[in-house]
Write a protein that binds this ligand. Sequence first.
Ligand SMILES: NC(=O)c1ccc[n+]([C@@H]2O[C@H](COP(=O)([O-])OP(=O)(O)OC[C@H]3O[C@@H](n4cnc5c(N)ncnc54)[C@H](OP(=O)(O)O)[C@@H]3O)[C@@H](O)[C@H]2O)c1
Length: 243
Amino acid sequence: MTGIDGKVVAITGAASGIGEATALLLASHGARLVLAARRSDRLAALAARIEADGGTAVWRTTDVRRRGDLTDLVAFARERYGTLDVLVNNAGIGPISPFDELRVEDWDQMIDVNFRGVLYGIAAALPVFREQGSGQFVNVVSTAGLRIVPNQAVYAATKNAVRTVSEGLRQEAGPDLRVTVVSPGHVGTEFADSITSPTVKAQVRAVDFALAPDDIARAVAFAIEQPSHVDVGDIVVRPTAQG
Ligand SMILES: NC(=O)c1ccc[n+]([C@@H]2O[C@H](COP(=O)([O-])OP(=O)(O)OC[C@H]3O[C@@H](n4cnc5c(N)ncnc54)[C@H](OP(=O)(O)O)[C@@H]3O)[C@@H](O)[C@H]2O)c1
């Protein structure tokens, strides 16, 4: 299958920001969505909006820190639609801070959500993709991993761990599966809400340029819509103003 129309796409972190915009864009191109995040009210509202616009979407409360939730999500997609064509591992948090603040719980949370959560997604979907003989992972990483700056090292490390895993997975995937990483630059979303360091939160909120979530959604759509023999490996999308 090529293109987007008819594909079953599960998106983690679909409750807001990039995940929500990606769901809306893919649904408008005929994808059948499986929306996942922790906030059920947001997912229900988004699914209703997609259905009201003539699209197709179901949702499932999912915490990517729990392996069983990802297994259930993939099973749910197959139960509702008979298949899963794409898993967008998008859920992520960014409680960035200087090392000296020793916000070790935040470090742990970033490892659990941003890295372990993606591994659980891979563990859930890979056997299904193998059985089907097709499937695509789209893993949302970050330009924070491409240009290392103060305060963002742990966050960048979790994203670069996903980058590394994605490349290894791509090499093991063989000719039937596709693995894409998308690295957004600064995007205007709720992302800064997870920052616990007051100084850093104020700094991030003061940044006066940002992409819209839809700017990243189009990159995800590009990777998905290519013919099945085309594996778009790595897409970097920054605001022109970002250094
Ligand atoms: N915004 C940026 O500047 C930027 C730049 C580069 C990369 N990114 C990456 O883009 C991705 C999306 O972020 P965003 O900017 O769209 O921020 P966002 O609006 O805060 O979206 C993050 C999403 O992840 C979900 N989430 C958080 N923890 C979760 C968990 N434990 N289990 C399941 N879902 C969880 C949230 O929903 P719930 O709270 O309801 O679970 C939310 O839907 C992240 O991976 C982020 O690292 C963002």
